[in-house]
Structure formats: structure tokens, C-alpha cells
Ligand binder design. Structure first.
Ligand SMILES: NC(=O)c1ccc[n+]([C@@H]2O[C@H](COP(=O)([O-])OP(=O)(O)OC[C@H]3O[C@@H](n4cnc5c(N)ncnc54)[C@H](OP(=O)(O)O)[C@@H]3O)[C@@H](O)[C@H]2O)c1
Length: 288
């Protein structure tokens, strides 16, 4: 999902050279070093990950190779080639015990195999000795090009009269195009000197859309948007339920809102509200 948004949102002057499975696998260190050595890019933007949160519980070894070792391989390639590495991580590195937005200073304490594997990736990057890198932790991503909560709710709402959605996990939905735009604002490109790179303020940043909600409120807003656009819906009721009434293999943090203060101070740019991002996503569904 994010890779599609990055390709769409790249500012003029950025030449994107996409790499993907099966030819390019971030766990294959030697292949990666030679491919990136041939290209000598200015920036490596890693959108690759093993993102099946529940699947990670039974495939932690694979998840750790992709999400944990992969970023370390990319950091090595970035170092060898003088490139900036941009890597994306997750709110699921936190345990969710806070009740106010998580800052970059808060200690991670992942509760799932996915969270542990993503934290291992952050640490591999930090320990690589690479100086020019950005790690953006984000949350609840949706956008064109992948399985996501918005599409799942739209499908279920067209099939069922009643939906039962978890209301005791609070976070923030993030539209992939807003994250991609946020990433580019942190970087230098022709016509844009980033305050962050100009002052060497590399490192860890949190970025999601602004505001917060639970999955139940998010589902209600999705259906509201679909109704406004006269989409074919069967749903009549959306009921709030507790996490324990919808057991899943991976434990999720009950609260994982990310503070964007560091990003906002560094870029001087506001972050769009999640409802605004969702509405723009519905706009692109009608006019892609
Ligand atoms: N989705 C979310 O809600 C969410 C929330 C917080 C953070 N994030 C993070 O945001 C980033 C982007 O997520 P996304 O939702 O855009 O992910 P996505 O749609 O699942 O895309 C990830 C891509 O990585 C590919 N991939 C898997 N293993 C690979 C490997 N070894 N080498 C190269 N490519 C590989 C996948 O290919 P296949 O499809 O063929 O496996 C897929 O195309 C990830 O770092 C993710 O951890 C996501």
C-alpha cells in the first residue's frame, strides 16, 4: 500500500526506481548490496515488510528475517553507497499502557511477534552505524493497493446487516498518501530544502494522521462516507464490542496514538486529521 502511495506522491524531480519480490528480497543481503551498489541511489525508502500481524504469531522466524534483519541489510547498503535510508515502523512496538500520545522518547514494549520483529528492525538500523536515516513509526494504515480495514468494512457492510466492531482499542488511522507526503517533506529534493536534513535532524519520528478513535468509530465513519457516496450497503447496525469478544492470535495495544509534535516542529507542517484523510481516500475511489 505505502509503496503505491510513494510512487503516486513523489514530487517532480524524484526518479523512483521500484524494487519488489520475487527479484528483490530484502532478506538476501548479497543480492541487495549488489543491486543497490549498481544503482547508487540518493535515498532508499523501505516500504517492504511482513505485515500480517496475526500471521507473524506462527511465523515469527520469517517475520524477524523480513522485519528485523531486512532493515539492517538496507542500512548496510545505504552506508556503503552514501544513501539516506527511510524506514517505516509501527505503533505496535508499544504495549498500549499509556493514555496520552506516545512520543519518540517512550520505551517500546511490544506485545506481539509483529511488534517484536519491527522493533528488531529499528534496532538493527540504529546499531548499523548509519548516520543519515529516518525511521517513521505509523499506525492503522489504509490506502489503495492492499488489504486494509476500510476495504474490509466496506465489504462486510455490503454483505451483512449487523457489524460488531472492537471499541476498546484506541489509535489513529493513517492514509497512505498522507504518510507518503509526510516522508517527502522530511527529505531534500529539487525545489525543497528539508529543514530536517538541512540541520542533520535524522532519526526517529512518529507520523500518523491527527486525532484518535477506536476501531468502532473508524468503522462508523467509513460507513458514513460510503452512505454519502451512495455506495450499495446492507448494514443497519454497527455494535461496539470488547477485544475479548473478538479474539485474535496477536495481542494489540489498547492505546497506541502517536504524538506528531516532533514531526510538526521539525517540518513546520501540520498533519491532516484522520477524518479528512478518509474522506480524500473515498474521493479517489470515485475519481482515481
Ligand atoms: N498496514 C498497517 O496498518 C501498518 C501499520 C503500521 C505500520 N505499518 C508499516 O508500514 C509499512 C508499509 O506497510 P503496508 O501496509 O504498505 O505494507 P504492505 O501493503 O503489506 O506491503 C508490504 C510489501 O512488502 C513486500 N515484502 C514482504 N516481504 C518482503 C521481502 N522479504 N522483500 C521485499 N519485499 C517484501 C510484500 O510483498 P507480498 O505482498 O508479496 O508479501 C508487500 O508488497 C511497513 O513497514 C509496515 O510494517 C503498516
Amino acid at each position: 500500500m505505502l509503496a503505491q502511495a510513494v510512487k503516486k506522491c513523489a514530487p517532480p524531480g524524484f526518479e523512483i526506481v521500484p524494487f519488489d519480490l520475487p527479484e528483490f528480497d530484502i532478506t538476501h543481503r548479497d543480492l541487495l548490496l549488489s543491486e543497490i551498489g549498481n544503482l547508487r541511489p540518493d535515498v532508499i525508502l523501505n516500504c517492504a515488510a511482513y505485515t500480517d500481524v496475526d500471521g507473524c504469531e506462527t511465523a515469527e522466524e520469517l517475520a524477524t528475517r523480513v522485519n528485523g534483519e531486512g532493515p539492517g541489510n538496507l542500512a548496510e547498503a545505504a552506508k556503503e553507497n552514501g544513501a539516506v535510508l527511510v524506514h517505516v515502523s509501527t505503533d505496535y512496538v508499544f504495549d498500549g499502557s499509556k493514555r496520552e500520545p506516545y512520543t519518540e522518547e517512550d520505551s517500546p514494549n511490544p506485545q506481539s511477534a509483529y511488534g517484536r520483529s519491527k522493533l528488531a528492525g529499528e534496532r538493527a538500523l540504529l546499531e548499523s552505524g548509519l548516520e543519515r536515516f529516518l525511521i517513521l513509526r505509523t499506525s492503522w494504515l489504509y490506502g489503495p493497493g492492499g488489504k486494509n480495514f476500510v476495504e474490509t468494512i466496506l465489504r462486510l457492510a455490503s454483505e451483512r446487516e449487523e457489524l460488531r466492531i472492537v471499541s476498546d482499542q484506541v489509535g489513529c488511522p493513517t492514509y497512505t498518501e498522507d504518510l507518503a507526503a509526510g516522508i517527502f517533506r522530511l527529505l531534500d529534493f529539487p525545489g525543497h530544502a528539508s529543514r530536517v536534513t538541512r540541520h542533520g535532524h535524522y532519526g526517529l519520528y512518529h507520523f500518523s494522521n491527527e486525532g484518535s478513535c477506536c476501531w468502532h468509530e473508524f468503522a462508523e465513519e467509513i460507513v458514513e462516507n460510503a452512505r454519502k457516496r451512495d455506495m450499495d450497503l446492507k448494514v443497519e447496525r454497527i455494535l461496539p464490542i470488547a477485544t475479548e469478544d473478538y479474539p485474535l492470535p496477536a495481542k494489540r495495544p489498547p492505546y497506541s496514538v502517536l504524538s506528531k509534535n516532533k514531526y510538526i516542529e521539525a517540518t513546520g507542517e501540520p498533519v491532516p486529521e484522520w477524518r479528512d484523510g478518509l474522506s480524500r481516500y473515498f474521493g479517489t475511489k470515485q475519481n482515481p
